[in-house]
Design a protein around this ligand. Structure first.
Ligand code: HEC
Length: 443
């Protein structure tokens, strides 16, 4: 899938921020759908198998209703699954161009698996319907054709269910590893093959988070879609209601106990360069939303007030949203340096282009910029508003990209000084001022 990265063009810094935002919006649609689909398919498949063994009609009804909800219709599949799933591949390609990161390949193959899974699971859902129809036709022994058809239908049903689930799990694994690798710049170079992916602790942490999240959203989701969402009540007898309650309760309890731990673990295992105050804030917010969801669902199980399910579902989705936004704040932080470099490349290419077209440019030298924009606060050997360059620049050990990233987007560093205001430089200007500074320091 590297050809996608090669096809991407460098973009300006503003454009880069926009891409991270679009990635967040895509994930907000995609991740809840994907995790709910995973949980529902597993449930449906298990109960479909169980029904064959125990011959309990509630199992069959549940298996059918649950996949009906998850793959509600083709528009839902397209708008929540296929379109955002595909966009993420292109977004990663644009975001991670000219890095060694294999996220694009992971997401790309994840997308292919997802498409296969969706086709198979849709057939699985469809064969469920046919099965229902054939059951209505009844055990008409006189009609061998119906029996034949029933047999073929059943075997297609079993196979599509099994393989659909398999490809879905593969898709979820690949997508979650793509997200994990993207958030973690050190893995852009360390993780070079699927083998490295399989032994990466970060990847497994992300995948397990996805699975636990699947349990939660499936538990809350089936409660909501079966009992609270008005138009779509499948015909629920007492037995089925009890069964759904039992499963949903189990799923919700497990995920509510484990998810907060995973949220915290995820924050505490982040590398220092990626951490920021916003990340703690959003992690805290996720915990609050989870707590509220748990609170309402507990109320529902205690008192049976259907409205509480709606609130529970709402707050669970809020928790999902803050988790996903947090992931993208991490991606934004993780790609800061890379974004500055791409911005620089972008300006260089546009400058070259303009030069070729004969459009004259006024280019400021590093020294000009220093005199115009920095010297009010910085000199080399003395404190002014900001620290002397002789003290701060050597800290970077000549890592130009890091200094450029700071100048383009200053963060709070030394408590003895006020924060540095953003000087609104273009990446190419930041490049020349930093070259000038490094030159003068003699590094
Ligand atoms: C309005 C005052 C002001 C201007 C103008 C200003 N800076 Fe700063 N700069 C600061 C302050 C204050 C700090 C200390 C920030 C901190 O430690 O949190 C700082 C810190 C720095 C640092 C050190 C960062 C570190 O890692 O400790 C660098 C490098 C820097 N500025 C570069 C520049 C450049 C290049 C320009 C001109 C384009 C510039 N500054 C313009 C106030 C300014």
């Amino acid at each position: 899938m590297d050809f996608l990265k090669d096809a991407a063009l460098p973009q300006s810094l503003e454009h880069f921020h926009l891409i991270v935002l679009i990635a967040a919006i895509n994930s907000l649609l995609f991740v809840p759908f994907l995790t709910f689909l995973l949980g529902s398919s597993v449930l449906s498949y298990l109960f479909d198998r169980k029904e064959k063994k125990d011959n309990n009609p509630s199992y069959n009804k549940l298996a059918k209703a649950v996949i009906d909800v998850a793959l509600y219709n083709k528009s839902v599949i397209a708008f929540l699954g296929i379109i955002p799933g595909m966009s993420l591949v292109f977004i990663y390609a644009q975001m991670l161009q000219s890095t060694g990161s294999i996220s694009v390949g992971l997401a790309g193959f994840g997308f292919l698996s997802l498409v296969v899974a969706l086709v198979l699971l849709y057939t699985y859902k469809y064969t469920f319907r046919v099965q229902g129809l054939l059951d209505v036709v009844g055990d008409n022994k006189a009609n061998g054709d119906v029996d034949d058809y029933r047999r073929t239908n059943t075997s297609v049903h079993i196979r599509t269910g099994k393989w659909g689930l398999f490809f879905l799990i593969v898709a979820v694994f690949l997508y979650s590893s793509a997200m994990s690798v993207t958030t973690n710049p050190s893995s852009w170079t360390d993780i070079g093959s699927i083998f490295d992916v399989l032994i990466s602790a970060d990847v497994w942490l992300k995948f397990i988070s996805f699975l636990v999240f699947s349990l939660g959203i499936t538990g809350v989701g089936i409660l909501y879609f079966f009992f609270a969402y008005k138009d779509r009540k499948p015909d629920m007898d007492e037995q089925l209601t009890a069964l759904v309650h039992k499963i949903a309760k189990r799923f919700v309890v497990i995920s509510m106990l484990v998810l907060p731990a995973l949220v915290l673990l995820n924050v505490f295992t982040l590398s220092i360069d990626v951490l920021s105050g916003t990340i703690y804030l959003l992690a805290g917010l996720t915990l609050v939303f989870l707590f509220l969801a748990a609170h309402f669902l507990y109320g529902y199980f205690k008192q049976g007030e259907v409205k509480a399910v709606g609130y529970g579902f709402f707050f669970f989705l809020c928790a999902a949203a803050s988790l996903i936004i947090n992931d993208h704040v991490m991606i934004g932080n993780a790609t800061k340096e890379h974004a500055a470099l791409l911005g620089l490349k972008y300006e260089k290419t546009t400058e070259e282009l303009k030069l070729k077209l004969g459009v004259a440019m006024v280019v400021m030298t590093g020294e000009d910029i220093y005199n115009a924009k920095c010297s009010a606060c910085h000199v080399f050997d003395q404190k002014k508003v900001g620290p002397p360059y002789n003290e701060t620049i050597p800290k970077y050990n000549g890592d130009k990209a890091k200094i450029i990233a700071f100048v383009l987007n200053p963060s709070k560093i030394n408590p003895a000084y006020p924060p540095m205001p953003n000087q609104g430089l273009k990446p190419a200007e930041a490049d020349s001022i930093v070259s000038y500074l490094l030159n003068r320091i003699g590094k």
